[in-house]
Every structure is written in C-alpha cells, then in structure tokens.
Design a protein around this ligand. Structure first.
Ligand code: BGC
Length: 465
C-alpha cells in the first residue's frame, strides 16, 4: 500500500462514523435537491386553480426555484471561502426549513414565487457546497462512491415528493401540505449539519492549523493526521499560481468540457419529464389527477431503482460504454414518443405504450447521464481549482435546468408535443456524437493521473490516458 492511500484510509469505528455522518449530510442535501425539484409537479394543478395561474405564471412558479438556485450556486463560492463550507451548509438548511414553511403559507402567487426563489438560493448553495465539503472531509478512495450515492438520494427525494403528492391528491387535495412537507427533512439536515466539524482544508486556508489538526484527529487515525495535515498545507502553499492556472488553456478546456456535459445532461429533457410528468401523461390520455400522479410515481420509482443498479456497474463497465447505452435509450425513446404523439394515442394500448416509452427514457437517463455527469465533473478539474470548476458546472446545470423548466410548456404550446419530443431526441443523438469524440474514459484512473494528463496537454478524450 502506498503512503497516500495509507494517509487517506480511515479505520476504526470512530473514524468511519465521522465519514458516514459527512456522507449522510451530503446525501441529505441531495434528498432536498430531489424533493424540492419533484414536489412542484403534483402541486401545480392545485396552485393553478387556487391562484388562477396563466401558462406564464405557471412556468414562473416552476422556474423561480431554479433562478434562486443559480443565484445560490454563484454565491456559494464566496460564502464557503469567507465563512466556511460548514457555515454554507447551515445557511442552506436554514433556508430550506424557513422556505418550506413560508411556501406552505403563501397568500398569493407573487409571494409563492418570491419564496421559491428564496428556497432555490438554499438549493444552489447546498448543491455546490456539499460536494466540495464532502471532497475535503472524505478519504479520496470513497469520494466517487459518495457522489453516486448523492445522485441516488436526489432520485429518492424526487420519489418521496411524487409519493407525497400522490397521497395528498388522493386524500386531501392540499398543495400547501405538499410544499410544507419539505420542512421535516430540511430541519433534520439543519440539526445534522450543526453537529459536523469545519473542513480542515478551509481551516488551513485561514491559517488555523491547530483547529484543523483537531478536526483531523476526529476523522483520521492517529498516525495519519500529521501526514495529511502536511499534504493539505502543501496544496495550499502551492495555490499561489491559482490565478495563472485559471487563465490556462488546460483549465479552459476542462471548464468547457464540464459545462457541455452539464448542458447535455439537462438538454436530454429529463426535467421536462420530472417537472411535467403528470402533464405529459395528461397529453397521453390519462384524464384523472390520480391516474396521472400514480404514473408519475412510477417514473420516480424507476429513476431511483435504476440508479441503484448503475451504482453497481459504473466502476466495472466504465463511464463511456454506459453513456453510449443510456444516450441510445434516451434518444430513441424520445423519437418513438414523438412519433406516437404524431400519429395520435387513440387506443388504451397506445397510452400504456407511451408510459413505457417515458419509463425507458428514464432508465436511459438514470443509468448514464444522471450519475456520470456529476462524477466526471468531480474528476476532471485540477485539485487547486476544483471548487471553481464545480461552481461553474453547477451554475450551468441550474441555468439549463431553468431553461427546460421555463420553456417546456411554451415550446409544447407552439410546436406541439410530438415535435418537442423529436427535437429532444435529435439533441440526444448529437450528445452521443460529442461523448464519442470528446469525453474521457476515467474508470480506474486516479485524479492525480487525470490532472497530470491534462497538464501534459492531452486532449479531453485522452484525459484518462
Ligand atoms: C440532475 C437533475 C435531475 C435529476 C433526476 C440530476 O443528476 O442534475 O436535474 O432532476 O438528476 O434524477
């Protein structure tokens, strides 16, 4: 075993427990990511009736949280650098808790939109801080796995949101409960985050070496502490040329790669399905709210179950073969859906076939673009500028999430649902071509090797060697 793996391998139940708590915290932000993104789809038709929403204001209610998330993701670099990653997570959990209560008690659509922007700020801060905090607390050896578990928790959050929507539709028809229910996981996250230590790397950055040593003594073996502390101090001592690294061609290359990968993830149309699933099933001929909601629950369930399967195969089969497989499924299922809507869903068989195609699309996304885009973005940036790279990637994700969420209904209303699906399918086929030509295969390659390949001038495709 080499010295770096010795440094990073936690052992002893005390240390494992701390790593577990850190993982749980990140997972809780993933859970809130999923719940807040998913809960609106079931609540939407009731909010629409209560507040007489137009198509424009309906889209605004959906998009408000995404606009907030962009602001939050941008603000998070500053907050976590100046006040710490721990403080950022506490702030985001507080925003989630207060926002959940305020959105449940909104008196008109304007208040609801403002509260959802506020909630989104929490979401943006959490979604870009949690991976950074995680990477600074966790041993490198389990960082990749935690990112996949984080994605799994996003899908679990979406499923919980759908289930609560479906039960509330069946039993009470109250959208206020649907939005208010997020208070419970948010408050749980708040309590958990309060118990976590500050990031030792951030403490070293501030020159608080004694405090960093004391945190490390809680999460590493006694004989690992000084070596790791020295490694962290070295890294930050070398961070002076960060400004020139930021301007380098190499960093620009991976910055663009990360942004394009996030655009590909969002332009697959996943959030058209996640946010507007009941509406899509309504177009497919399922006329009652209950039918639409239970078909939507099936979407959430398949999304979550397939993500579990992908956890098992991601490190065995490699990123690229899984991306090829997933993108072929997403593009082809969208094309078939477009054709089906074009010829018209006149029989019950055609209606169920449409549901099956939506589920095949979700399978394709959950095996590939869902987890792998976040994994690749966590792997491709050099250590010293990883936080900045991740912030840019996260903002790109939310911007394109907002574009899809904000314009899906408008596009459907102007060109029709069949052409919209065919358009999304063409984008997925183009994404497949990009992945073949430019995406690296990073399976089994260390982060350091990826960084040295980048600095040696390798093309994006050759970053894995
Ligand atoms: C995406 C989200 C999406 C979710 C669906 C995530 O990886 O970033 O936008 O809603 O997967 O499972």
């Amino acid at each position: 075993m080499n010295s770096s793996s010795q440094i990073l391998k936690p052992s002893g139940s005390k240390h494992k427990l701390f790593v577990y708590i850190v993982g749980l915290t990140a997972a809780l932000s993933g859970l809130l990511f999923g719940i807040d993104a998913g809960v609106i789809s079931g609540a939407l038709s009731f909010i629409k009736n209560d507040f007489n929403l137009t198509t424009g204001s309906t889209e605004m209610v959906v998009t408000a949280i995404l606009i907030g998330a962009i602001i939050g993701a941008l603000a998070s670099s500053f907050i976590s650098r100046k006040y710490g990653r721990h403080f950022s997570l506490v702030v985001s959990a507080a925003i989630f808790s207060i926002g959940a209560l305020l959105s449940a008690t909104a008196i008109n659509v304007n208040m609801l939109i403002l509260v959802r922007i506020f909630l989104g700020i929490g979401l943006g801060i959490a979604s870009s801080t949690a991976p950074v905090y995680l990477s600074e607390m966790a041993p490198k050896s389990i960082r990749g796995r935690l990112i996949t578990v984080y994605q799994f928790m996003i899908t679990l959050g979406i499923l919980i949101a759908y289930l609560s929507d479906a039960f509330l539709i069946s039993y009470s028809y109250s959208w206020r409960w649907m939005l208010g229910i997020t208070f419970f996981p948010a408050f749980l996250m708040f309590l958990c985050v309060l118990t976590l230590p500050k990031s030792p790397r951030w403490l070293v950055l501030l020159g608080k070496v004694r405090e960093a040593r004391s945190v490390l003594s809680r999460i590493r073996n006694h004989d690992e502490i000084e070596d790791e502390l020295a490694e962290i101090r070295n890294t930050f001592n070398q961070s002076a040329p960060m400004a020139s690294l930021l301007k380098s061609r190499q960093f620009m290359k991976v910055l663009c790669l990360g942004m394009i990968l996030q655009i590909i993830q969002q332009m697959s149309g996943i959030n058209a399905v996640i946010y507007y699933a009941p509406k899509i099933f309504q177009y497919a001929g399922f006329s009652t709210d209950t039918q639409q909601m239970w078909a939507t629950v099936l979407v959430g369930l398949v999304n979550m179950l397939v993500t579990i399967v992908s956890i098992a195969y991601i490190d065995k089969l490699g990123r690229k073969p899984i991306l090829y497989f997933g993108l072929l499924l997403t593009s082809t299922s969208m094309l078939c859906l477009g054709y089906l809507f074009h010829i018209g869903l006149t029989t019950v068989f055609a209606q169920y076939f449409a549901v099956a195609l939506v589920l095949i699309f979700v399978c394709g996304f959950a095996t590939s673009l869902g987890p792998i885009i976040w994994i690749l973005c966590a792997e491709i940036y050099p250590l010293r500028v990883r936080e900045i790279g991740m912030t840019v990637a996260t903002v790109t994700n939310w911007v394109f999430n907002a574009i899809v969420g904000g314009f899906f209904l408008t596009v459907v209303n102007s060109i029709g649902i069949a052409s919209t699906f065919v358009g999304l399918s063409i984008l997925s086929y183009l994404s497949l071509i990009f992945i073949i030509g430019f995406c690296p295969e990073t399976k089994g390659v260390s982060l350091e090797k990826i960084e040295s390949n980048l600095m040696a001038g390798n093309s994006c495709r050759k970053l894995g060697g």
